[in-house]
Design a protein around this ligand. Structure first.
Ligand code: BDR
Ligand code: CA
Length: 314
């Protein structure tokens, strides 16, 4: 199967995404790197390690990366969405990790995994893009070992952190802009517009909980996240943003994409962190570079893909 590295800031939907990759037999999860984001780095790192233990994957190395953005400090995380520990207050109910944290940092681990890989590797960034920007800037030699970057981030017609900016981009727009600008690394962007359409309802979560120990534990991490979506969308379910991107990383083509020039607003005004997706019929003198933007999928098929894998365990 194909090889995968996940860069993450768990986060409830990150937890679903990590578990999806960890239990999928048709992908080789080489490593997980962590970044600040939903909650501070110490929590995202602890969460990633415990989640891999939950999935019975102590063989997967975890390395910690950036604790803050490249240039400007962000104003807030998403503790109000995912709970103060990132997992609805239930992080400590996950099993303790038996595998020590890597002594390499996130960039160091990615470089060593990429250099050792005998075939190109997919990278799935599902948090702020700080680690990925640092990797590509400092180690351009590994770009040829990256088959594609499949990132959850951005919005075509909407934001969530602000009216126009999606959280992962908004949390470090300079890093996101650098990653998007690396035109020698193919990039797929999975934006909010699509992840929202892939939301799962309480019936789906009930099936997950009934499916076995992994499903039950994952479902138990959702209460704060559920409450958030009930409040902001009036919807009884969750948006599993990051799992949608990881599904595409595992199963290329499960999402349909269209290629548009994309750039990121890094100014200090109200559009900071906005993804500019140039959908003009003829993009005259576009800012940014061509990115495959995920625009559609078989929604029920995608929900079933995630559920059946999480239900199956490893
Ligand atoms: C993204 O922001 C985070 O809160 C989620 O984990 C996801 O990666 C959605 O905007
Ligand atoms: Ca995330």
């Amino acid at each position: 199967g194909s090889k995968l590295i996940i860069d993450t800031d768990p986060g409830v939907d990150d937890a679903f995404a990590i578990a999806l990759a960890a239990v999928s037999g048709d992908v080789e999860l080489l490593g997980v790197t962590t970044v600040f984001g939903n909650v501070p780095l110490t929590s995202t790192t602890a969460n990633a390690r415990r989640l891999l233990q939950l999935c019975d994957r102590p063989d997967v190395p975890v390395a910690a990366g950036a604790s803050r953005p490249l240039v400007h400090l962000s104003k807030r995380g998403s503790g109000h969405v995912h709970g103060s520990d990132g997992l609805s207050g239930h992080a400590s109910s996950l099993p303790e990790a038996t595998r020590p944290l890597e002594s390499l940092d996130a960039v160091g681990l990615m470089v060593s995994l990429l250099e050792a890989a005998d075939e190109p590797v997919t990278i799935a960034p599902i948090g702020p893009l700080t680690n990925i920007a640092a990797l590509l800037a400092a180690h351009p030699g590994v770009k040829s070992k990256i088959s594609r970057i499949v990132l959850m981030g951005g919005g075509v017609a909407r934001g969530n952190s602000t009216a126009v900016a999606e959280f992962n981009i908004w949390a470090d727009p300079e890093a996101a802009r650098r990653v998007i600008a690396e035109d020698d690394v193919p990039c797929v962007m999975v934006p909010l517009d699509l992840t929202h359409r892939c939301a799962v309802d309480s019936a789906w979560l009930a099936k997950l909980a009934a499916s076995g120990p992994l499903g039950r534990m994952l479902e138990s991490l959702t209460p704060d996240y559920l409450a958030h979506y009930r409040q902001v969308l009036g919807f009884d379910g969750i948006v599993m943003h990051d799992a949608v991107a990881v599904a595409e990383a595992i199963s290329p083509g499960i999402l349909q994409t269209e290629t548009y020039p994309v750039d990121i607003d890094v100014t200090a005004g109200p559009a900071r962190g906005m993804t500019l997706v140039d959908r003009r019929a003829v993009p005259v003198d576009p800012s940014g570079r061509p990115v495959e933007v995920a625009v559609d999928t078989d929604l029920d098929g995608l929900r079933e893909f995630v559920l059946s894998r999480l239900a199956g365990g490893r």
